[in-house]
Design a protein around this ligand. Sequence first.
Ligand SMILES: [Zn+2]
Length: 98
Amino acid sequence: MLIGAMVLAGLVLLVLVADRGTALMTRVADAGSLVYCRPCDMRYPRDQLVDGSRRCPQGHHIATASRGFSMSTVLIAACIAFIALGALLVASGAVATR
Ligand SMILES: [Zn+2]
């Protein structure tokens, strides 16, 4: 039961990490090209932005994609914690594996 849940958590973790990796790759690909400004509904080349790439030429603040805290980060942490806890319980013999 616990082993099955751990395998499942591992699969979820794999999917989440793969999703993260893909998002990272598209972000890197985007970095050299265009940045979207919502108020203008336009895309600008990154080198046209002002104030450290945080404002468009019209002066709107551009919300860049959040790098740090996100839901997938929490899920990844939860999966890792669950697997670690499960492994610990199995290793210590607290849970019968049969
Ligand atoms: Zn703008």
